[in-house]
Design a protein around this ligand. Structure first.
Ligand SMILES: O=C(C[C@@H]1CCCCN1)Cn1cnc2cc(Cl)c(F)cc2c1=O
Ligand SMILES: [Mg+2]
Length: 571
């Protein structure tokens, strides 16, 4: 393709609101343009990359016998009312009315849609296990879209759904999908880890996230430096064994703490470690107030609490909500004398405290020498892991220390079980002739997010660097002076012979100075650049491999073979 015909509006400067490398470079190189907050146009170069990524996904999906299809992006509210998600997914769910005043949503994901389809059309286990997938825009009204394509309000997702009549069918589909994901992420050239992920409100049991380490990543991956244990920090567990050490209980006393609100202030004021101070956080789970207690040296992990409670609606309580129920504000909260209506959860480390300090549930007052059972009834089923693991702690398997690194979630696969088939009455006759709920899995890849993840991991100071497998073009031919007959002849001859090899070629036929052409070539980052300069008269050109930034002078006759070799190592 001639670059003079290509829509690729490169910028000299980058808008200040672009904070991360992928956002800056994709704007600067003319790959994307903002339309509104969290909404982007994919210009031709980005669309070419998306096509390549999507085709790699298709190849790997088809290898595991997944059926590609496409369901509507607008969905009737009734479908989501049946699963209960119409009400529980808050402001992030785009809702609107049609001309008959009927309620619709913009699909953020499609469990209900596919489950309803199977409920209508699949009656016997003989058709199972069945895997379907689509590559489609998704809509989520994110509160704070940012970082370019990394967190948007409209994005492209590959979402797949598996249906089986028994658990082993799900296990098999989950395993096949995991294999396909490894192939996909390897082929697009990403570095990634499969980590323990939060199955969250999706129901079902375990889930696996695929996370690409990158400075711009919003997730934190916690991994052990001694084993292959790795988890999203939402789920990561540090090692702890219950002590059940007996303590001699001292007398419970109240002290005035008019100016001591935080754990640090209390621990300084009393000259005791934060681990001896109980931290109490209040949450609203569905419609109940929940008090969670950890030792003061840990943070309460909201995801672990929500999963423990299996709550649909879950949020941190506002101070006003707490004051309305307990008559006390933050800074003096504790587990002693909580009303029956408040559910108490205690982290296992806090459950082992004795003679500890806690808020007295009275403004400006704390208790000294609190002891479980004497001062607060505490049963085993309310004790668990409700803390956020800390870097440097021993990993849950007792081996190695936890190391943290930021990551971009590029995929997430879930064993859903029957959460949706029960809600939508999707049953089949099993081999014993009994009606059974379909067992499901759902499997996502953030396709547009992948594009940015590749940039985050591969770009260098000169610009984008595209792996050959997903590059918008394979080869960039840059004639230095398009007025020089030799250079034009050689450039055109190269374009013809490379294209004949099935390679996609971009030729910079613009009337620009050499410096501008070279800078733009580095910026857009095609894998191979062939500079046609003065030595064209001797049929000699310079080949540059963008990733390694190496330059090789080459005879024209060698170029086609060596370019194919240079590219195929990547394809
Ligand atoms: O999407 C998933 C699970 C899987 C991921 C793999 C492919 C199929 N879905 C989780 N999730 C995330 N954000 C959401 C946002 C909104 Cl507004 C919503 F209504 C629903 C969801 C939601 O369900
Ligand atoms: Mg996820």
């Amino acid at each position: 393709m001639k670059q003079s015909k290509l829509l690729m509006p490169t910028l000299r400067e980058v808008p200040a609101d672009a904070e991360v490398k992928s956002h800056q470079l994709l704007l600067k190189a003319g790959f994307i343009r903002p339309v509104a907050a969290g909404m982007f146009s994919y210009l031709p170069m980005a669309k070419r990359v998306l096509n390549k990524i999507e085709n790699i996904i298709r190849e790997e999906m088809n290898l595991i016998d997944a059926n590609e299809m496409l369901v509507p992006e607008i969905l009737p509210a009734e479908l989501w009312e049946k699963s209960g998600r119409y009400a529980t997914y808050g402001p992030a769910l785009y809702k609107f009315k049609n001309r008959q005043d009927r309620n619709f949503i913009l699909g953020p994901t499609h469990e209900e849609t596919f489950t309803q389809l199977m409920s209508d059309d699949i009656k016997s286990y003989k058709k199972l296990p069945l895997v379907v997938y689509q590559i489609q825009p998704k809509f989520r009204d994110e509160n704070r879209p940012r970082f370019g394509l990394l967190r948007t309000r409209e994005f492209i997702m590959k979402d797949a759904y598996s249906f089986s009549a028994d658990q082993e069918g799900l296990d098999q589909a989950f395993h096949n999908m995991e294999t396909a994901y490894v192939n996909i992420f390897d082929r697009v050239g990403l570095t990634y880890r499969a980590i323990v992920g939060d199955a969250g409100a999706m129901g079902g049991s375990d889930s696996k996230e695929f996370s690409a380490p990158a400075a711009a990543g919003e997730d934190v991956i916690a991994y052990s430096d001694a084993t292959d244990y790795a988890a999203n920090l939402e789920m990561a567990k540090d090692f702890y064994e219950r002590q059940n050490a007996a303590v001699v209980p001292k007398e419970l006393t109240t002290i005035d703490t008019p100016n001591e609100k935080t754990i640090a202030e209390i621990s300084d004021f009393l000259s005791i470690p934060t681990s001896a101070v109980a931290k109490t956080m209040m949450f609203i789970a569905d419609d109940k107030l929940v008090a969670v207690v950890t030792t003061g040296d840990f943070e309460v992990n909201a995801v672990k609490v929500q999963n423990f409670l299996n709550a649909d609606v879950f949020e941190v309580a506002e101070e006003k909500q707490v004051r309305d129920v307990l008559g006390v504000g933050f800074g003096s909260l504790g587990p002693v004398n909580l009303p029956e209506t408040v559910q108490l959860l205690v982290d296992e480390r806090a459950a082992d405290l004795g003679n500890f300090v806690a808020g007295a549930n009275e403004d400006g007052k704390h208790y000294l020498n609190v002891n479980w059972q004497r001062d607060v009834k505490l049963s085993e089923e309310n004790i668990g892991d409700f803390r956020t693991a800390r870097e440097g702690d021993t990993a849950v398997d007792g081996k190695g220390k936890l190391v943290f690194t930021p990551g971009i979630e590029i995929g997430h696969i879930f064993k859903l079980g029957t959460r949706y088939s029960k809600a939508l009455g999707a049953q089949v006759l099993d081999k014993n002739g009994r009606q059974t709920d379909l067992i499901m899995g759902s499997y996502g890849i953030g396709v547009s997010r992948l594009l940015s993840a590749i940039v985050e991991q591969k770009a260098d100071d000169d610009g984008l660097v595209w792996p050959a497998s997903v590059a918008p073009f394979d080869v960039h031919i840059v004639p230095v002076n398009i007025k020089d007959d030799d250079q034009v002849r050689v450039a055109e001859q190269l374009e013809k012979s490379l294209t004949a090899q099935g390679l996609e070629v971009l030729i910079d036929d613009r009337k620009e100075r050499a410096g501008v052409k070279f800078a733009d070539a580095d910026l857009i980052g095609l894998p191979i650049r062939i500079t046609v300069g003065k030595k064209a008269s001797e049929d000699i050109v310079e080949v540059k491999v963008r990733e390694s930034n190496t330059n090789i002078e080459m005879r024209l006759s060698e170029v086609v073979d060596s370019v194919s070799v240079l590219l195929n190592g990547d394809k």
